[in-house]
Design a protein around this ligand. Structure first.
Ligand SMILES: NC(=O)c1ccc[n+]([C@@H]2O[C@H](COP(=O)([O-])OP(=O)(O)OC[C@H]3O[C@@H](n4cnc5c(N)ncnc54)[C@H](O)[C@@H]3O)[C@@H](O)[C@H]2O)c1
Length: 301
């Protein structure tokens, strides 16, 4: 089981999920499974109904109906600043005191907070796709978020079976997407140098680094290898690493040609339309297996 629900949270929250797409539907399932009352709103009523049915939640026709009595609002609408600002204003008009958590991946909390009447209500809760499968949620304060709100989100998510990692401050990409971007930059650099093909780089990750990283992060791996060793390794390798400061040509040119990956059938390699669904199923099996062999801390300082 992905959800490590050992004891029910004492408080049943009333949670409104706004935006019932890829992320919102999974987020609704996470909170409904944990025993909270979940209301879903989407501008597309069919999406709200689908998500509500899959979660055991209720679908609502207006923002107000979904949030009016909520204690926590989860915003999972499209990644467009103007749209999110308009939605935040609607939430604030309909509900005076719920915590408002945004699932934004890349919009700064300060940009969201700047449009709010009471920016102390805002916190970022950054889930990973599929939201009801990947344990991690990054919890990020905005410029006016009290620590108590960060703590409350971490507790709520932990009780719902997630691994909630609080950040002390906002930084673009938070932690996970920065680490991922650093690796992707070097992966493309290696291909551009002609060292290996995209498939070979992927093999190095899935057969070597990936399995280790499921059990030990970079700091534990360095501790296990020896910090003297890693001082020499980083001295030796860092000077030759790629330092691109924008999307490399091999990525941008494919995207410009419409080679977008699984959704168009061709990315770095040919991918059929079912690739994403197959991947999600395998990921769930892997995380379930990992749950059986690691003790996952529910909260880290
Ligand atoms: N997809 C991912 O991998 C991923 C991962 C982490 C975070 N996020 C973030 O989650 C948020 C949602 O992304 P997604 O991938 O679920 O998008 P999506 O396009 O799958 O879903 C967005 C949903 O919001 C609905 N919507 C549009 N306008 C709305 C409004 N005004 N009020 C309520 N609902 C509205 C749409 O109808 C759609 O169903 C974005 O901020 C995104 O950056 C996405």
């Amino acid at each position: 089981m992905t959800e490590r629900l050992t004891e029910r949270t004492a408080v049943t929250e009333r949670i409104a999920v706004l935006g019932a797409g890829v992320m919102g539907a999974g987020i609704a399932r996470v909170f409904a499974r944990a025993g909270h009352e979940v209301r879903v709103f989407d501008v597309d009523p069919a999406a709200a109904t689908r998500a509500a049915e899959s979660a055991g939640a209720s679908a609502h026709d207006t923002v107000e109906a979904a949030v009016v009595s909520a204690t926590v609002v989860l915003e999972a609408a499209p990644e467009r600043l103007e749209l999110k600002l308009a939605l935040l204003a609607q939430i604030e008009a309909a509900n005076a005191d719920a915590v408002i958590a945004s699932n934004t991946s890349s919009i700064g909390a300060d940009a969201l907070a700047a449009g709010m009447r009471d920016p102390s209500r805002l916190v970022i809760a950054h889930f990973f796709n599929p939201a009801d499968t990947v344990p991690l949620v990054e919890v990020v304060p905005g410029p006016a978020t009290p620590q108590a709100t960060v703590d409350r989100m971490v507790a709520l998510l932990s009780e719902a079976g997630k691994v909630a990692v609080p950040l002390a401050q906002q930084v673009p990409g938070f932690i996970a997407n920065r680490l991922q971007a650093a690796l992707y930059r070097e992966a493309m650099h290696l291909v551009e140098l002609g060292v290996a093909s995209p498939a070979q780089v992927d093999q190095v990750v899935t057969a070597g680094l990936g399995p280790r990283w499921a059990l030990a992060g970079p700091f534990e791996v360095m501790d296990l290898g020896g910090l003297d060793v890693w001082t020499s390794v980083t001295d030796g390798i860092f000077p030759s690493l790629g330092d691109a400061s924008a999307a490399p040509d091999m990525l941008r040119e494919r995207a410009d040609r419409g080679e977008l990956g699984a959704k168009t059938g061709q990315g770095f390699l040919p991918r059929d339309a079912d690739a994403s669904a197959r991947f999600a199923g395998r990921l769930r099996s892997l995380i379930d297996a990992r749950d059986g062999i690691v003790e996952v801390p529910s909260n880290l300082e």
